[in-house]
Design a binder for this molecule. Structure first.
Ligand code: NAD
Ligand code: ZN
Length: 352
């Protein structure tokens, strides 16, 4: 990740978890580490990581929290701050996130606020975290008002991705992560799109066929966009393809009912349908996208489609600046463009 202020490596390697001690030693001097993980991932991989780190000479304490989005809040953050303080963590020590996006967002937020910011590493274990949340430096917690409302931009010292840990990830969670992978292909990587077209869905989901390449390509898409726009003012918006409608579906369905990647899959199909009708995206592209999301077991529509509710949710979207909504469209597979629509136009679109 060649950000001018804070370059760091993202390592993608099957079996990498077994060499975690060597990796951390190459980045940090011997110091204290707080490992943050949810009960689920900690139960599966925590001990292995702690053993490796201790063998490499680090002093480790693990903060475990109950898995799930509900834990990504200020109370948990406060508990981690206190835990770090009791363990005597100082500014020269570090925090490691071992887990999915919830763990990464929470740990990153704590690391960027504890003592005004301490060192931080990411070991993402869900597909969503490996292709999306661990890259780019956004951290955050949820508040009563909104998801990810409170947060920071903070880059880790490194990211270690071991695709093998995906073997234990639930199938629905795995497919959900593929929603973001398909998005990456659509906005910036035609070769990834072709790879997803040629692969058998079963081989990918069950045997993790080609997973290293898929993760690498998705990370590359995110890396490029983030390097061009670290603070989220311009091209980073491309990553939001399918997300405006997706977020409003997540909101209206109630959090947790439709998973994020599923909502994004629906959002990509629905925004394409609208854009294709308006002549902004080529004829037939919606069918191609629909076929792809269905191939990988993702939904392409949302019922009941209540346009009033969706519009309300949508206009609260963070990306709705003024009375214009910046939506992302895909003029051809592998490219993206921002298309501004007014609230009124959007309302009209949603009816179709
Ligand atoms: N910061 C960003 O840029 C960014 C981007 C996308 C998503 N996110 C955030 O990420 C979160 C969603 O991420 P997520 O889907 O990874 O959620 P998650 O961390 O809750 O993980 C999903 C589930 O999978 C389990 N799990 C994770 N890895 C596993 C493994 N290898 N084996 C078995 N089980 C495993 C977890 O315990 C959890 O139950 C949301 O909070 C979202 O806001 C952030
Ligand atoms: Zn997303």
């Amino acid at each position: 990740m060649n950000l001018p202020e804070h370059p760091y490596d993202v390592i993608i390697e099957n079996g990498a978890l077994a060499n975690i001690g060597t990796w951390v030693s190459s980045l940090w001097k011997k110091q204290k580490i707080v490992l943050i993980s949810d009960n689920h991932v900690n139960g599966l991989y925590g001990q292995k990581v702690v053993d490796q780190l201790e063998k490499a000479g680090f002093e480790v304490a693990t903060f475990e929290f109950p898995e799930g989005e509900a834990s990504k809040n200020l109370l948990t953050a406060e508990n981690v701050w206190n835990f770090c303080a009791e363990f005597g963590l100082t500014r020269s020590d570090g925090i490691i996130a071992l887990g999915g996006g919830v763990t990464g967002d929470l740990a990153g937020f704590v690391a960027s606020t504890y003592m005004r910011g301490i060192h931080f590493l990411q070991i993402p274990t869900s597909l969503t975290a490996q292709v999306d949340s661990s890259i780019g430096g956004k951290t955050g917690i949820n508040s009563k008002m909104s998801k990810n409302m409170i947060g920071t931009f903070t880059q880790p010292d490194g990211v270690l991705i071991d695709p093998e840990v995906l073997q234990t990830l639930g199938q629905r969670e795995f497919r959900e992560g593929l929603g973001e992978v398909i998005k990456c292909a659509l906005i910036a990587d035609k070769d990834l799109w072709n790879l997803l077209t040629d692969l058998s869905a079963n081989d990918l989901v069950e045997k993790l066929d080609k997973i290293e390449e898929i993760i690498y390509r998705s990370c590359e898409v995110k890396r490029k966009v983030v390097v061009d726009d670290e603070l989220d003012n311009g091209v980073r918006l491309y990553l939001n393809f399918g997300h405006t409608i997706g977020h409003s579906i997540e909101n209206t369905a109630g959090y947790g009912k439709v998973m994020h990647g599923e909502a994004v899959a629906i959002g990509m199909v629905q925004i394409s349908k609208i854009a294709e009708l308006k002549g902004l995206m080529p004829k037939g592209i919606t069918d191609q996208i629909r076929k792809m999301v269905k191939k990988y077991g993702l939904p392409d529509e949302f019922q009941p489609w209540d346009e009033e509710l969706l519009f309300k949710a949508l206009t609260h979207d963070k990306k709705a600046r003024g009375r214009i909504i910046k939506t992302v469209i895909v003029p051809e597979i592998g490219t993206a463009k921002i298309n501004e629509v007014t609230f009124e136009e959007m309302k009209d679109y949603l009816k179709k």
